[in-house]
Design a protein around this ligand. Structure first.
Ligand code: TRP
Length: 456
């Protein structure tokens, strides 16, 4: 039976807008900044393969579960979980899953905004022409200068956070629909242009083997956990962003079809980014491990400095990357905002500003850990790395696991069958994924890693 609930925050004007918004959320820094450097850090092809398997077997069923829960509850993740637990006569503590999610997204936003700030800074760098003819040493120095300067970082962090708060205050529909309709296709187009350029460089074949020829001797428990965490991060899973977006989705849309389309686009964007970046990296003799989180900011400017129309293309690329980061950051701030509106009765503007302000303040911690506080470490990680590690590799997988368990095991068949809007085969496939494959995958990887780390 349909739930007959409606969302007080509005509804997407069509299925396409939903697909665009979720793609906007999914495609972001995760694909273009994080995927290449995580791949470089974790040995290449084997990591890529595990990541792809995680997307297909763990990510997809959880994505469907998360959107489904959102559409059924039609509120912020916290109230959605509360309502659904009542509907299905489950423990009222399930609302804590919503709390954990809202918290995780909020924490991710704090460091996401810092990296997004780098992309804004790079728009101006590209415009100024400093990349023209620059060699690998010069582009590394440019990046080093940026991250060692707290004032510049603070400026761009502030600019980016304000942009995010601005869209969220205006409401998801008017704010977001316009942003994603043309920009996402433009970003894909530019990635293809970069890949075509990279194909002409001598490092192309080495890059292709690095990306697509798995070397299994490189796989460690931590590689697998990072690949799993990255699959959640890049698909925006496990914290309620998609639950919130699902809560604005019309009752008729098929969740499996749209989820598959979104996962394919997201994965495509990451692979294109890898194919654009690694050939240039190898061409200039840089080692994968040298890049770190600055990888794309050190590598791509070399290409823009060499290629025809490089200056214009460089500006366009960083503008589009910034916009992709923007449409993702929006989905990180929306769940907290929706919850503050529901719980405290704040206006959207007040809710977005208060949550955004707190995220901005916490972000300063990550910002300073890149320079002034770079020596302060806990478990060998800086504040930035610690926040990133815990939210992405722990909170998101645990959140996703619990969503799969709720949707797969605790929701009645009539509710899930009714909500998924798919044929029998699609439903069965989802059910097996959400009940067995995804939970087993997450549990095994988390435990394996925990014991692997304790053992060493
Ligand atoms: N998926 C986005 C990216 O790849 C980041 C993101 C947006 C996200 N919303 C999220 C990650 C929710 C986890 C959860 O850049």
């Amino acid at each position: 039976m349909a739930s007959n609930r409606t969302s007080i925050h509005g509804q997407w004007s069509s299925k396409w807008v939903f697909i665009l918004a979720v793609t906007g959320s999914a495609v972001g820094l995760g694909n273009i900044w994080r995927f290449p450097y995580a791949t470089a850090d974790n040995g290449g092809g084997a990591f890529v393969l595990v990541y792809l398997v995680c997307v297909a077997l763990v990510g997809l069923p959880i994505m469907m579960a998360e959107i489904m829960l959102g559409r059924r509850g039609r509120q912020s993740p916290i109230n959605t979980m509360k309502t659904l637990a009542e509907d299905e006569r489950q423990s009222r503590h399930w609302y804590l899953l919503g709390v954990m999610g809202v918290f995780a997204g909020f924490i991710i936003l704090t460091f996401y905004s810092i990296v997004a700030g780098w992309t804004v800074a790079y728009v101006f760098q590209a415009m100024s022409g400093v990349f023209i003819g620059a060699d690998a040493q010069q582009t590394q120095d440019l990046f080093g200068d940026l991250v060692s300067d707290p004032k510049r970082l603070l400026l761009w962090h502030t600019v980016f956070m304000s942009m995010t708060i601005f869209v969220i205050s205006r409401g998801v529909r008017s704010g977001l629909e316009q942003a994603v309709r043309y920009l996402m296709p433009a970003l894909f187009f530019l990635l293809v242009v970069l890949v075509v350029y990279s194909m002409s460089t001598p490092g192309f074949s080495e890059a292709m083997s690095f990306l697509f020829k798995p070397d299994f001797s490189q796989i460690e428990p931590s590689t697998i956990l990072v690949a799993l965490g990255h699959a959640f991060f890049t698909l925006s899973l496990g914290m309620g962003a998609l639950m919130t977006y699902g809560s604005y989705l019309s009752d008729r849309t098929s969740i499996p079809t749209t989820s598959v389309a979104i996962a394919v686009m997201d994965t495509g964007a990451a692979l294109l980014a890898g194919m654009a970046i690694f050939p240039i990296m190898f061409t200039y003799g840089l080692q994968p491990e040298e890049g770190g989180p600055g990888l794309i900011f050190k590598i791509l400017p070399i290409a823009f400095g060499q290629m025809p129309y490089g200056r214009g293309l460089g500006v366009m690329f960083f503008v589009l990357l910034m916009l992709a980061a923007w449409t993702s950051a929006i989905s990180l701030l929306e769940p907290v905002t929706a919850w503050l509106v529901e719980k405290k009765g704040y206006t959207r503007i007040r809710a977005a500003m208060s949550a955004g302000f707190v995220a901005w303040v916490l972000g300063i911690g990550s910002l300073l850990s890149l320079n002034l506080w770079s020596g302060a470490k806990l478990f060998g990680l800086t504040f930035f790395e610690l926040v990133e590690y815990l939210s992405v590799n722990v909170l998101l997988p645990v959140g996703g696991l619990l969503m799969a368990v709720f949707a797969g095991w605790l929701m009645s068949k009539s509710s899930s069958l009714d909500e998924l809007k798919s044929g029998r085969i699609g439903y069965m496939a989802w059910k097996v994924g959400a009940m067995y494959i995804a939970p087993a995958g997450v549990i095994i990887i988390l435990l394996h890693n925990a014991f692997g780390l304790w053992g060493s």
